[in-house]
Design a protein around this ligand. Structure first.
Ligand SMILES: Cc1cc2nc3c(=O)[nH]c(=O)nc-3n(C[C@H](O)[C@H](O)[C@H](O)COP(=O)(O)OP(=O)(O)OC[C@H]3O[C@@H](n4cnc5c(N)ncnc54)[C@H](O)[C@@H]3O)c2cc1C
Length: 428
């Protein structure tokens, strides 16, 4: 059976649509570009503080990565905390790690406060060691995280793995009980509702074509009219385009893809992931997977280029093969859905917030944005109001452009980057 090229999560909730387009206002205090976790939670925060705010979304609200992801609501950053300390020092690293803990708590609080039915729970995450040397690295990680961040992570030796994962593919694992999981489409739809309730207006089919600064104000040209605003906040993630050229040049859009199986028996589900963890492996070209409603949701960067009909079709085959390497017991199980979405990588793989030419932004989540985009949407909006974005922990380091400036928004180097990751996985 060929899986349908459809986002499985969208079948579990009524997503915001474009059936009732709200007219664009002529003037607002703040325009937020992008209707995902970043933009919505920024707008919700601003509206709650009495700011007149409009969210401008090119497609429909929640259309981007925010309704397509794995729903893993994770502690930590994409870059290892050892590297973060080496690059930026202990003090900044501690603040950044604390932000990651606060980000999970922020999601938990919003879900509770706004009564969002999205299955959020602190399931914990499991990193599986794909090589024996990776498990040795995990041993050092336990002491490092305790000593530097007072954060407990726990080793699972290979002989005990069955209590965590029904697979023989790994050499041990590391558990972090603080992380959570949710259904992202249900979460982003609920967040959209909460944002409107707070007083913001949401505008689908309002692609921002041009953004122009005139004195202290901005004039925004969208596909269905123009508006004049005092401030702008950009939350366009992997879909950042030429309207914000200076940001587009710093963000590499990378495809990530997911398959969802048919519903499995309770017995099999229990065997695959007895504690319902959010699971990912220790490779550069990694796979991530978790259960939802008795389906195995299995993702990876099967193609480096963003989603289109071809990359999605190819990904279905590749991901199925990789899923069977982890779980051979799924051999006769149908894959019912396959879809893709676009991630945003900065050249240093860090998330960056700040202000450029009067435009505020939060970008570069590198596949780690469920919790972080929610959190930074809130804190960047607050910093915008308080005028202290330069003090934000995520603006304490340089937002690098491409080496030698060799990038104008078209990621011609992705095939090489993909090959490079495969080489790293081979040698490390
Ligand atoms: C397949 C996949 C799996 C993932 N899994 C996980 C996971 O398990 N855990 C995790 O933490 N993270 C994961 N992520 C990453 C996470 O989904 C993102 O980091 C997060 O959703 C980013 O939210 P955002 O609001 O910044 O961007 P998005 O949700 O991508 O929203 C950006 C929006 O901006 C709009 N836009 C762009 N340009 C314009 C314009 N000119 N005018 C108007 N609108 C514009 C786009 O249409 C889009 O809707 C995954 C991502 C993908 C693609």
């Amino acid at each position: 059976m060929t899986p349908t090229q459809k986002i499985y999560w969208h079948t579990t909730v009524q997503m915001p649509s474009d059936s009732n387009l709200t007219p664009l206002p002529e003037k607002v205090d703040v325009a937020v570009i992008g209707g995902g976790f970043t933009g919505l939670n920024a707008a919700r925060t601003l509206a709650k503080r009495g700011v007149n705010v409009a969210v401008l979304e090119a497609e429909t609200i929640g259309w981007g990565a925010s309704s397509r992801n794995g729903g893993m609501t994770l502690t930590g950053l994409k870059v290892s905390m050892q590297t973060v300390i080496k690059r930026y020092g202990r003090e900044i690293a501690r603040k950044l790690f604390q932000c990651s803990l606060d980000s999970v708590a922020t999601v938990e609080q919003i879900v509770k406060e706004e009564n969002i039915d999205c299955g959020f729970s602190r399931y914990g995450h499991l990193v599986t060691a794909s090589k024996p040397a990776h498990y040795e690295g995990f041993k050092a990680e336990v002491d490092f995280m305790a000593k530097e961040f007072n954060h407990a992570v726990r080793l699972i030796p290979q002989k005990d793995l069955k209590s965590e994962i029904g697979s023989d593919a790994y050499f041990g694992a590391l558990v972090d009980e603080v992380s959570g999981g949710l259904n992202p489409a249900q979460y982003v739809s609920g967040l959209a509702r909460a944002t409107e309730k707070a007083g913001a207006t949401l505008h689908a089919r309002a692609h921002v074509n041009k953004l122009e600064r005139r004195g202290k104000r901005f004039f925004i040209q969208t596909q269905r009219g123009a508006l004049e605003v005092e401030s702008v906040l950009v939350g366009t993630s992997g879909y950042t385009g030429s309207a914000t050229k200076q940001l587009q040049k710093k963000i590499i859009p990378i495809g990530s893809f997911i398959i969802a199986t048919e519903r499995l028996s309770d017995e099999l589900v229990h065997e695959l992931s007895p504690k319902n963890r959010m699971i990912f492996d220790s490779m550069h070209y990694l796979n991530y997977f978790r259960l939802w409603d008795n389906r195995m949701i299995f993702g990876g960067r099967a193609a480096f280029f963003p989603e289109n009909k071809n990359t999605i079709a190819r990904s279905a085959e590749i991901l199925r093969r990789e899923m069977l390497e982890v779980y051979p017991q799924l051999k006769n199980v149908n894959i019912e859905y396959v879809w893709g979405g676009t991630l945003d990588f900065a050249f240093d793989m860090m998330t960056h917030v700040g202000e450029v030419d009067g435009i505020y932004y939060s970008l570069g989540y590198a596949g780690h944005g469920v919790a972080m985009a929610t959190y930074l949407g809130k804190t960047v909006a607050e910093a915008m109001l308080n005028g202290n974005i330069k003090e934000h922990p995520f603006s304490q380091f340089n937002f690098p452009g491409a080496p030698l400036g060799l990038y104008n928004g078209y990621p011609w180097f992705l095939p090489f980057a993909g090959a490079w990751h495969k080489i790293l996985d081979w040698v490390e």
